[in-house]
Design a protein around this ligand. Sequence first.
Ligand SMILES: Cc1ncc(COP(=O)(O)O)c(C=O)c1O
Length: 451
Amino acid sequence: MPLSNAQTRDIQSLLHPYTNLVKLRETGPVIFERGKDYIEGMAGLWCTALGWGEEALIEVAAEQMRKLSYGHIFAGRSHEPAIALAEKLKDIAPFPVGKVFFANSGSEANDSQIKLFWYANNARGLTKAKKFISRTKAYHGVTMAAASLTGLAGNHRSFDLPLDFVRFADCPHYYRNAMPGESEAEFVARLAKNLTDLIEKEGADTIAAMIAEPVMGAGGVIIPPKGYFDAIVKVLGRHGIPLVDDEVITGFGRTGNWFGAATYGFEPATMTIAKALSSAYLPISAVLISPEISEAIEEESGRIGTFGHGFTYSAHPVAAAVALKTIEIYQERDIVGHVRHVAPRFLARLAKLGEHPLVGETQGVGLLGGIEIVADKATKTSFDPSKTAALTIARFIEEEGLITRPLLGDRIALCPPLVITEAEIDELFDRFEKGLAKGLDWAKKEGAKLG
Ligand SMILES: Cc1ncc(COP(=O)(O)O)c(C=O)c1O
């Protein structure tokens, strides 16, 4: 099909993230005008928890723009939306929080995490503690330091990354990474042992923190096996290493609790939040910092004369007002309760997809799901990467009016807005199944071994 005018204008001027830009010249982009016509099975990029067209958020933004469209919080200035949002976040955080630092994206917040730890550690005389432990397949963003924490080759190759302050621990994906015959408990024990070995090899005093997503998102929606966080937290505790909790996807009800930390029963030292913080109506992110680390940062700023970190748009008043209203809506409408109510339906339909000959594994928690496409279920053999199986099937699913997200490892993610109803969940999976049926015809032509 010839490209439309808008598609031609697009490829002449836009540099698209996560795109094969050569292929795009032929296919052109899919251009969306408004949040309609499709079921958005990904809430955009795992972010618009309240869906589109939430008038209360639109009104708050307009009101705040009229009142104070911009104000910064540098050098002792402040404004009410920043203060009120920080207070609210301290209130709902699942661990004691001293101070809140605001940024504009998950990447900036994770970059800030690293700097905050370095700064606080220098203040506390922990001058060797610079390294961060991350995990293979982790996703923590794309700025220089955050991309270094990301454990995906596509974010490193040809970018001269990762920087050398990062060490990678194992990805906790039982289906793919367990040894033959290894039970889930044995798998967890092995990963904990490997983490201990890594820390001891590097020297615990050289490590600033370990960063982890409660559920790995962009790495494939990888749900940790039972007991994983207990085991990891014990290892970190034994070595005095703090845990940085990246809740950019899992925060604000996604897993059936306010935060993934509650779902998996751990208490971090700091936390990164973004995305659903404002239901993506405006860009805003935050780092929640334990009292101990907050105090160390404050003391160091006194010694040096300044805390030399912050963005022009840190705690932008319009974004902060929208985020505050978003959290109030979550509370007023009991969004977490709603997720708990509809999640069993979502998870049951997700599990049913596992019976399909092309589906090797499904994993889910709350309203987050991952589906792995395989060429041979019995042997867990993947399609040849040149077949781009997950991408191909996601396109068939999109033809049925459902937006999903194909990820590496031929996994397809589902992360619908948290306000989805049971009837909409059924519609979502009906469309998924129709797309999958088309995928089966395609796979047969490709000679897949369908057991
Ligand atoms: C867990 C996690 N951390 C960090 C980020 C980076 O956020 P941003 O794209 O806003 O920089 C993402 C984005 O998807 C994410 O999923």
